[in-house]
Design a protein around this ligand. Structure first.
Ligand SMILES: [Zn+2]
Length: 328
């Protein structure tokens, strides 16, 4: 089978490998699509981990080809959303069945289990309450998910800030009650204006960048919550901790590593997606064939106008059983 291997920074090569075998508690999946995750871009750009080759790809959707004898939740032919830790940019992947969820009739490119679980868990941990005023800084893919989930929680104001006009337009379409171009106007002033001078009950930081960390303390009310959803890779960040301390903020670290929480988020996220309470419709803006995976990553780094999320799709021409693929 074909699999994308990151052999050096900026360089994926398509290798031919035997398809994985399916363990007793695993399923073998024919991959339809695998999302390009912002968390993978640092590695692709040569920052952080230095060991190569690497096999990224953890946001997989596809069809069950084979289920191990201990698997009772999924059967061959089922559409499935898969969380693997790696090797997702391939024609086939094996995964623990308990880390997969039925995708039912969702479009394959929208059955993105891991990012949806992360967003669900962030909003759950933040415990947004009925009537809360909420600020979301960052209207990229994760910000768009968080925004929709915050609205489901019954917030009064959902105020979305970004610096890109197309992102703000999309946030508006997804139901933001106000959008703020934080380059063109003062976000703290805009928030105070909308919240009777109080500031937000909850501010989500969904960029993983330094800039918004200097802003969140000025958009949040005393004793309100600052929720860190962004993945802060690279150089250590600077926090205005004295101010945060004085304002008695609750600081919520919404970066999840432990399995039971991630799995619960996957279940809740797929319930919301398959019932269309949460929608990724229109958010997968760029699609690339496996052979063009370098272009997919380059595009995710460069974020051209209108970019939200890229997926690598395995083309219909590759749809054969593993044995046939191996024999080619
Ligand atoms: Zn991801």
């Amino acid at each position: 089978m074909k699999i994308a291997v990151l052999t050096a920074p900026g360089t994926f090569e398509i290798a031919d490998e035997p398809p994985p075998t399916c363990g007793p508690d695993e399923i073998l999946v024919r991959v339809a699509a695998c999302g390009v995750c912002a968390s993978e871009l640092d590695t692709w750009q040569g920052r952080g981990a230095a060991d190569f080759p690497r096999h990224p790809g953890h946001e997989v959707s596809g069809t069950v080809l084979e289920a191990g004898p201990e698997v009772s939740t999924l059967t061959p032919g089922d559409a499935v959303a898969v969380w693997t830790v790696e090797r997702g940019f391939a024609e086939f992947v094996a995964a623990k069945a308990d880390r997969c969820r039925p995708a039912r009739d969702l479009p394959a490119e929208e059955a993105l289990l891991e990012p949806v679980a992360c967003a669900v868990n962030a909003v759950e941990l933040a415990d947004v309450r009925l009537g809360d005023d909420v600020v979301i800084i960052g209207a990229g893919f994760m910000g768009n998910l968080v925004q929709q989930l915050v609205a489901l929680r019954g917030a009064r104001h959902v105020i979305v800030a970004d610096t890109r006009a197309d992102a703000l337009k999309r946030a508006r379409r997804l139901g933001a009650t106000a959008v703020v171009d934080s380059l063109a106007e003062s976000l703290p002033r805009a928030v105070r204006g909308l919240t009777d001078g109080n500031g937000a009950d909850v501010t989500f930081e969904v960029t993983g960048a330094q800039g918004p960390l200097e802003l969140v303390g000025d958009t949040t009310r005393m004793s309100g919550k600052i929720v860190l959803v962004g993945f802060h890779q690279g150089a250590p960040r600077k926090l205005p901790l004295g101010h945060w301390n004085w304002m008695a903020f609750q600081i919520v670290n919404a970066h999840f590593r432990e399995l039971p929480t991630i799995m619960r988020g996957m279940t809740a996220g797929m319930r919301l997606l398959t019932s269309r309470r949460l929608s990724l419709d229109g958010l997968v803006t760029h699609r690339f064939a496996l052979a063009d995976i370098n272009e997919a990553f380059r595009t995710a780094v460069e974020k051209p106008e209108g970019f939200v999320k890229a997926t690598v799709t395995v083309s219909a021409a590759d749809e054969a059983a593993p044995g046939q693929v191996e024999a080619r």
